[in-house]
Design a binder for this molecule. Structure first.
Ligand code: 5AD
Ligand code: SF4
Length: 455
């Protein structure tokens, strides 16, 4: 009998991708996706453990779902199975069941291919079933065959896990050691996504530019080589990759930015801090000047490149001078977009045990100051787009009839009037206005091919 499945996804794009894969693999076992927990027989929370706030949200959502289940049992006896997946599941495992004993299933990111079997086990068992192992088999090999693209832009995980052990970060513990998928698997999935309508691929990995997968020639391919191969796919207009580490921005990858028109001139490159002392304490393995050099090289290879980044303020021991160095770096480099966070001590990570933790009031003040600057830069970047002409990939209908929304190379949402256009078209747009969260523009004819001059 068909069952209803609701998945709520928290955190990063990797979780979005994983949720799609879980839905696809459960579909083969009779589960149909629905839009609300209220209609579901199975709810999966695909969780994030990166900061305390993200993890706490899961427990409040679980409380709500428990009440929903009780109300429903009292009303018509219909059951609701509650599963927790993702990084909170991985990090907390049995602890999660102790704290929320009404949960049926706890499954870590490396065990999603076992979901149907775990559900069957739960149906037979009395208590919760917990699977947070890092199995020897790869989930990529065992999940259902590749799924069709969900839209014009599709995620494709090429690498998972991290060996960098930044001292603030839980990822090496929740996602495990770095693992790159073989090139042939990625190409097969990419082919399928393009065949089913994807015009843009966003390659995903916790440390995506550390990619080193086995190539069809038996050699190890880096990300640059993989990108060059993917750029050959007919029908594929755009490539992006995220998230990168500055240390792995090697010369070949920088060169690829200059060579491949499909590779969008917009790069998310988390710097975290502009202070060498803090960067060292974070175990980032680069200095602020190293980061400046990487940015200079990228700009030399691709002058229209824009950057986005992540920042942490209030890392243990961060002084006023350290924070001032971060502000100076931001002013100097200029970011089109950014995410910034107060340092959040995570259980089991080295930085959480450091003395000289920073008072929350200080973190808040620094975050406010940094965000003001970053928001100003982002607003200036968007305002500067007005008057320019950019290629825009049309992705979805707009809110008003006759309107489509697409993305610029810089991931800016752009509204255009749809006359004669369809989703999936790549068009030239002259930007006419800048609103708080999007741009508006007019489709203009393609730039004519340069004409040959008569002899
Ligand atoms: N506290 C605050 N921010 C964090 N991030 C990762 N771990 C922590 C933490 N413990 C941020 C980093 C990273 C982004 C995904 O989340 O900036 O790049
Ligand atoms: Fe976390 Fe650092 Fe690995 Fe990024 S590189 S996932 S911040 S440990």
């Amino acid at each position: 009998m068909a069952k209803n499945l609701f998945i709520k996804t928290y955190g990063c794009q990797m979780n979005v991708y994983d949720s799609d894969r879980m839905a696809h693999s459960l579909a083969a076992h009779g589960y149909r996706l629905v839009d609300a927990a209220e209609d579901a027989d199975l709810v999966v929370l695909n969780t994030c453990h990166i900061r305390e706030k993200a993890a706490e949200k899961v427990y409040s959502e679980l409380g709500r779902l428990r009440r929903l289940r009780e109300a429903r049992r009292a009303r018509d006896g219909r059951e609701l199975t509650l599963a927790v997946a993702g990084c909170v599941a991985q990090a907390e495992g049995e602890l999660l069941v102790e704290r929320a004993p009404f949960v049926d299933l706890v499954v870590g990111p490396q065990a999603y291919h076992r979901l149907p079997e775990l559900l069957a086990r739960r149906a037979r068992a009395d208590g919760a079933v917990v699977d947070t192992e890092f199995p020897v088999e790869s989930k990529f090999d065992l999940l259902e065959p590749d799924q069709p693209a969900q839209g014009v832009s599709a995620f494709l995980t090429i690498q998972e896990g991290c060996d960098k052990f930044c001292t603030f970060c839980v990822v090496p513990y929740t996602r495990g050691a770095e693992q790159s998928r073989p090139v042939v698997d990625i190409l097969r999935e990419a082919d399928g996504l393009v065949a089913s309508g994807a015009r843009e691929l966003v390659l995903l990995g916790q440390n995506v530019n550390a990619y080193h997968g086995e190539g069809p020639d038996g050699r190890i391919w880096g990300l640059a080589r993989l990108l060059r191969r993917l750029a050959e796919l007919p029908g594929l207009e755009r490539l992006r990759y995220t998230t990168s580490h500055p240390v792995d921005m090697d010369a070949d990858l920088v060169r690829a930015h200059g060579e491949l028109p499909q590779l969008m001139p917009f790069l998310h490159l988390p710097v975290q801090s502009g202070s060498d002392a803090v960067l060292a304490a974070m175990n980032r393995n680069y200095s602020a000047d190293d980061f400046r050099r990487v940015v200079d090289d990228l700009r030399a290879a691709r002058p229209d490149i824009a950057l986005s980044s992540d920042f942490i303020v209030g890392f243990p021991g961060e002084t006023d001078a350290d924070f001032a160095a971060t502000m100076a770096l931001v002013r100097e480099i200029g970011f089109a977009q950014a995410f910034s966070f107060k340092y959040s001590p995570r259980p089991g990570t080295p930085a959480s045990g450091l003395r000289r933790q920073i008072a929350d009031r200080v973190k808040s003040d620094r975050l406010r100051e940094l965000q003001e600057l970053l928001e100003r830069q982002a607003a200036e970047f968007n305002a500067a787009s007005v008057g320019s002409t950019m290629p825009v990939l049309l992705e979805r209908p707009g809110r008003h009839p006759g309107q489509l929304v697409g993305r610029s190379p810089y991931l800016q949402a752009i509204h255009v009037s749809a006359g004669g256009l369809t989703i999936g078209d790549l068009v030239q747009v002259r930007v006419t206005a800048c609103h708080s969260h999007s741009l508006a523009g007019m489709v203009v004819p393609e730039a004519p091919e340069p004409r040959e001059l008569p002899a």
